[in-house]
Design a protein around this ligand. Structure first.
Ligand SMILES: C[S@@+](CC[C@H](N)C(=O)[O-])C[C@H]1O[C@@H](n2cnc3c(N)ncnc32)[C@H](O)[C@@H]1O
Length: 298
């Protein structure tokens, strides 16, 4: 199997569609200021949150800055967003290298693609947005020190979604002791990355936001729950599951505490479970809507 990160982000869409916390999302929609909106999304990947917000009727007129450090993601965004727009009956204009516009009679979204490290982008960004979005991203950053500068990107709201929060489950069990050890070591790798990260990022965001001077307006679970229906995974979720096992393999191969042969067998059995449509995967995550202190509330 070929592992492509942009393909993984595409395959993740339907999982995220189900997972996103609707109470938090409804409050976001209720609090959005009048269009046109300025939105900054950091760690935005290939732009699937932008297309989701259009699909879900939350974006009409907006300037949307999409920031990601991976050149492959930005290249994919440049190619994929126009394809998605055309398939969705939206007009598309490609401006200069980093500009796109998707529109119809009621909607007009001007997109700026920015390939940059988030902290470099923060340094050079001149005007804060109405809304900051970080989706499946904050659990990768050093906290709490990153929070004040991230919040500097918005003058109003921050919608911070799918923040991992300490629980992974794979069913059916293969070997209770080995399953537990692999889960524990996998979480530990998230806590020891040199670039930052936290395997309990979700729950810790309450205090990180508060200390950075933001009010939490809403919070709730956004768990990934992936299972087959009549033996088949929906959409591209079979690929998504294989990619999750690839993350396990990349993170834990050669780990000093793990028996290499037992881990290789475990991966083989988990992959066979996917092929038979047996594997169930759960990950506990949390969504937040926060308001920058002193900004108006709808
Ligand atoms: C788990 S992916 C989520 C992507 C996207 N939000 C989504 O859910 O489809 C995390 C993303 O953060 C980006 N990223 C990681 N560290 C970054 C940094 N320091 N600055 C900007 N982007 C970063 C990666 O390239 C990757 O696309």
């Amino acid at each position: 199997m070929e592992y492509s990160f942009p393909h993984y982000l595409l395959s993740k869409q339907s999982v995220d569609d189900r997972a996103l916390n609707r109470n938090v999302f409804d409050l976001l929609k209720a609090n959005l200021p009048e269009a046109p909106l300025k939105i900054i999304e950091v760690g935005a990947g290939i732009g699937t949150m932008l297309t989701r917000l259009v699909r879900w009727g939350a974006l009409t007129k907006a300037d949307y800055i999409l920031v990601d450090e991976m050149p492959q993601n930005i290249q994919m965004a440049r190619e994929w967003i126009p394809l998605w727009a055309a398939e969705s009956g939206l007009g598309v204009e490609q401006g200069e290298a980093n500009q796109l516009r998707v529109f119809d009679q009621t909607r007009d979204v001007r997109i700026h693609l920015e390939q940059a490290d988030v902290f470099d982008f923060i340094q050079k960004n001149k005007e804060p947005a109405d809304l900051l979005i970080a989706h499946a991203f904050l659990d990768l950053l050093p906290m709490p020190e990153s929070m004040p500068s991230l919040l500097g990107l918005t003058r109003r709201l921050a919608w911070l979604t799918v923040n991992f929060d300490g629980l992974t489950a794979l069913e059916p069990t293969i070997d209770p002791a080995l399953d537990e050890q692999i889960e524990r070591l996998y979480h530990a790798t998230m806590d020891s990355r040199t670039t930052g990260g936290d395997s309990r990022a979700g729950r810790h965001l309450f205090s990180h936001l508060q200390k950075a001077g933001a009010d939490v307006l809403a919070a709730g679970a956004s768990d990934w729950v992936v299972h087959s229906v009549s033996g088949k995974y929906v959409e591209d979720e079979k690929y998504f599951l294989h990619f999750i096992l690839h993350f396990f393999e990349e993170s834990l191969t050669g780990h000093a505490e793990l028996d290499a042969a037992a881990f290789a067998q475990w991966l083989k059995k988990r992959r066979a479970q996917i092929e038979r449509g047996e594997l169930v995967y759960l990950a506990h995550q949390m969504d937040f809507l926060a308001r920058v202190s002193g900004s108006p509330i709808a």
